[in-house]
Design a protein around this ligand. Sequence first.
Ligand code: NDP
Ligand code: MG
Length: 375
Amino acid sequence: MKSVILVGSTGSIGTQTLEVIRRYNEEFSVLGLACYSNVDLLNKQIKEFNPKYVCIVDKSKRDMLISGNYKLVDTIDELSDIDADITLNAVVGISGLNVTLNVLKRGGSLALANKESMVTGGQLINANRDKYFGKILPVDSEHSAIFQCLNFEKPTCEVHKLILTASGGAFRDYSLEQLKNVTAKDALKHPNWSMGQKITIDCATMMNKGLEVLEAMYLYDLPQEQVDIVIHKQSIVHSMVEFVDGAVLAQLGYPSMIVPIQLALTFPNRKYSGTEYLDFSKITELNFAKPDFTRFPVLKIALDVAKVQGIMPIVMNGCNEVLVDRFLKGQINYLEIAYYLEKVLNKFENNRIESVEQILEVDNLARAMTTKLMR
Ligand code: NDP
Ligand code: MG
């Protein structure tokens, strides 16, 4: 039986992870569960999965937890120090950084959904993964697709390019004029995927694809020039690998996060997932197009950041987290996201990353600068 610690258990990825565990409950035991503040759902999960460790970050909710045979852990960082066969990081934002690092530092297996930790701490994360022989199993669908196309191996010099597919988000076909008036409610209507709010907004600006380019660069040790993006509105091809001889391998399936989540848990084996099988007689076309930087300047900003790396991905990520939150609250409009990202990035001189403390300091500075400029 594999023991699983699930950080971010009440979210979109978290609840789908528990669906997989429910289906294969003879193969997995839930060792730990953690969320930010959704105590009602966490209580239900505690009842059903009987974890040994529980963490709820929001202290004001702690006395609402049902009693049980578990130990209450103070922080998600502490929870991730506990030895489990797999720790799945499904927290949103840079708050997941230490979870990622801790699992790798104890040489554990990390199923990684939290892309913001890879974007901000990629170099440090890889150094720790290599030093302590930790393992990263990608959960993000594009990165899982690449993992599968690479036959679960690291890329060799035979790999020419990784090709990430992008649905294009809720505003894929909007004109610049239309983009002036879109709201968070419009952005939350994603055409193909049902996900948490932050990533759905990131899809609408295409920041998500920028973050995923950085995630791919660090996961697969490749420079930005070897990671391409293609718009693919059907979300059937989840990503591809192009080899030096011109051969391209792709991973296909109907859009479902259950498949990559389950593969990360059952790796290296595959199992029935309950996901509908592709019916090629019904797929009349698969379209591919170049991303449009004029309508989606956020993606261009992210790719420029990916080229230079250093502290810039941290600045961009911190600033973006603040901007997405403001956009969700209706305090800034859609086009202001690109405007402030550019402005904040211009305030920083690039530098090398030496430590987690430095990452968190840069993140704080970027957030403070964003808030200051918006006043
Ligand atoms: P959700 O917003 O749905 O869920 C986030 C989870 O993290 C919740 O359990 C939430 O708890 C918890 N959480 C939020 N903030 C904190 C914090 N500071 N400390 C501890 N726990 C916290 O997000 P998603 O599931 O959509 O996304 C999770 C991650 O996976 C993101 O990095 C996203 O980019 C990535 N991802 C998501 C995909 C998807 O399909 N959803 C696809 C690919 C990647 P609470 O409910 O109490 O607030
Ligand atoms: Mg993705």
